[in-house]
Design a protein around this ligand. Structure first.
Ligand code: SF4
Ligand code: SF3
Length: 551
């Protein structure tokens, strides 16, 4: 075994990647990510101590911690170099914070710091140390399971926190929670019950992070509105933007305006098409392609350069035609790909390099034609509330199915296409995240003008689905969200889906079905707790599941 990672749904053999990631992450990168996680815990020890003692520290440290967590999520960053640099910076930050506390008279030794707060090394020693501090360093499988469940929730939380931060929205409680909780994962005195409670707390902060990001997005770019998104192409060369960061989207649209270069969204960036502030750009053509795992074919035909603002990046083959056309920015990274630097002093990122590159490329080859409809975030749906409520009261809509989450490359996800297709015609799918690509191009029709697939947006816009559910609870005067005619059949892949799941659990949603497989990081005992306390279940066959849900 040269690495160990089981944080995503596609982990090898459903147990863990031990030689190389199914995602393409090499062992050395996986190990550097583990080491970064370790040192972030060390930093968190000192930030917590500083807060406890009322000693102020540089705000940039908060950002460093959530940035670091974000960079380790599945398919975001494959750059060994970036992780080595981050570990080095993390050690410097940690050590200077320690010095600051000592200078203020704090006796660190009596606080019995965890080894992550003490260990020091140089890049030539990182590899060796990394192998000792990974996931398997926690021997008890139930404790490990709960610690990792919490940690993956924190990674998702960090991603949403970062997007909100980029738009100038902060909630300092989130920083404190992330750091205190990272540190709590090193605390051997915590009982399983306490860790379960911390899992739900993570869900609580997940709700807050999603609410913050919702506020950041809608205040900056307006409320998403019903939109027919073009999936065909135009004649100009284009840039394809992928990932989740809307600030990058805004700056790219501004900088490409009038250059003769068009902009297309890819995968999780599709919902950018729903925002009023982006729609006004004539060179914003629409969406190209499908969810992340089809990128190897779709990037070839796109012809122009591709910008990754976050996950999901699939490492391309060296001989891929688009190999020299991929750019990363923010949390995304890949050794050898140009990385567009962060904003400095409030100035925009500089996308000129990728724009110049696009000008030299051919225009995209059309792979699809037509439109898909979306933009059903909470504000829009609540405007349609009367119509929706009438449809429920008249029996025209029997049930809603929340099918939010992620897509993935495994064949067993055909389940979701078949499930959507076979659902009775008096049901409506509420979706968010890239899971939608499994059914958003099926012709599922509408119910009295309400489309049968309502896409709220990106995975974080699952928040909208929760707001809609809470609104329905109010309208139908129910005491419990679980009394509504809403079923939850969620697809997960990476750690943002973990925070969405924990957020739903925190909101009291029961009987969530999670697929296509349950997480490998749930030990049998932890899975049992989730089943018994929250009614979590996996999926079966499409026919049996539809029957079960409709009863
Ligand atoms: Fe394996 Fe998933 Fe980890 Fe990649 S992120 S190494 S596929 S478990
Ligand atoms: Fe998709 Fe990667 Fe999760 Fe934001 S783009 S949902 S998998």
């Amino acid at each position: 075994m040269s690495m160990f990672c089981y944080q995503c749904q596609e982990t090898a053999k459903g147990t863990g990647c031990t030689i190389q990631g199914v995602c393409g992450k090499k062992d050395d990168v996986a190990n550097m990510q583990d080491l970064l996680m370790f040192v972030l815990k060390g930093i968190s020890f000192y930030t917590k101590t500083a807060r406890d003692k009322g000693i102020e520290y540089d705000e940039k440290i908060n950002k460093f911690v959530f940035d670091g967590l974000f960079a380790t999520i599945t398919n975001a960053n494959f750059s060994k170099q970036i992780f080595i640099e981050r570990v080095t910076s993390a050690l410097e930050i940690r050590n200077s914070l320690r010095k600051k506390l000592e200078d203020a008279g704090v006796n660190i030794e009596v606080l019995k710091p965890h080894s992550s707060a003490i260990w020091d090394g140089t890049p030539d020693t990182y590899e060796e140390k990394a192998k000792l501090v990974g996931v398997l360093a926690t021997e008890n499988e139930d404790v490990r399971s709960l610690r990792e469940l919490i940690t993956y929730g924190l990674k998702g939380l960090a991603a949403y926190t970062e997007h909100a931060f980029n738009l100038g929205y902060e909630n300092k409680e989130l920083y404190k929670f992330m750091q205190d909780t990272l540190l709590a994962t090193t605390d051997n005195s915590l009982t399983s019950d306490q860790l379960v409670a911390l899992t739900l707390q993570t869900g609580k902060y997940g709700v807050e992070a999603m609410a913050l990001l919702d506020k950041a997005n809608t205040s900056s770019y307006g409320n998403p509105e019903i939109t027919k998104v073009n999936i065909g192409v135009k004649d100009n060369p284009g840039i394809l933007i992928s990932g989740h960061d809307l600030k990058d989207m805004e700056e790219l649209l501004k900088q490409t305006d009038g250059t003769g270069v068009d902009v297309y969204t890819h995968s999780e960036m599709l919902p950018a098409n729903y925002y009023p502030a982006f729609k006004k750009y004539k060179h914003f053509v629409g969406n190209y392609g499908n969810s992340w795992w089809k990128q190897k074919e779709e990037f070839e035909t796109f012809n122009g350069p591709i910008l990754f603002t976050t996950n999901c990046l699939v490492p391309p083959k060296k001989d891929a035609g688009y190999y020299n056309k991929v750019y990363t920015t923010g949390a995304a990274g890949f050794d050898g790909f140009p990385h567009i630097a962060d904003r400095v002093n409030g100035k925009s990122k500089d996308f000129s390099q990728i724009i110049e590159h696009a000008k030299k490329c051919a225009s995209p080859i059309e792979i699809e034609k037509g439109e898909i409809i979306g933009g059903f975030a909470h504000n829009q749906v609540i405007q349609l509330a009367d119509k929706v409520v009438d449809a429920v009261k008249s029996g025209a809509i029997k049930k809603f199915f929340v099918m939010a989450g992620c897509d993935g490359r495994m064949k067993d996800r055909d389940y979701y296409t078949e499930f959507a297709d076979k659902l009775p015609k008096d049901t409506v799918i509420l979706t968010a995240g890239c899971a939608k690509y499994r059914y958003n191009k099926l012709q599922l029709g509408d119910i009295g003008g309400i489309p049968r697939v309502l896409d709220a947006g990106q995975c974080n816009d699952s928040y909208s689905l929760a707001v809609i559910a809470l609104k329905l609870k109010e309208v139908f005067q129910k005491n419990d969200i679980n009394e509504l005619p809403i079923a939850y059949n969620i697809a997960w892949y990476e750690q943002k889906a973990v925070i969405v799941l924990l957020a739903l659990l925190y909101l009291g949603v029961k009987n969530i079905h999670l697929g296509p497989t349950l997480p490998a990081f749930l030990s049998p005992n932890v899975a049992k707790v989730l089943v018994e306390t929250f009614g979590i279940a996996g999926i079966g066959t499409v026919d049996e599941d539809i029957k079960m849900f409709m009863n």
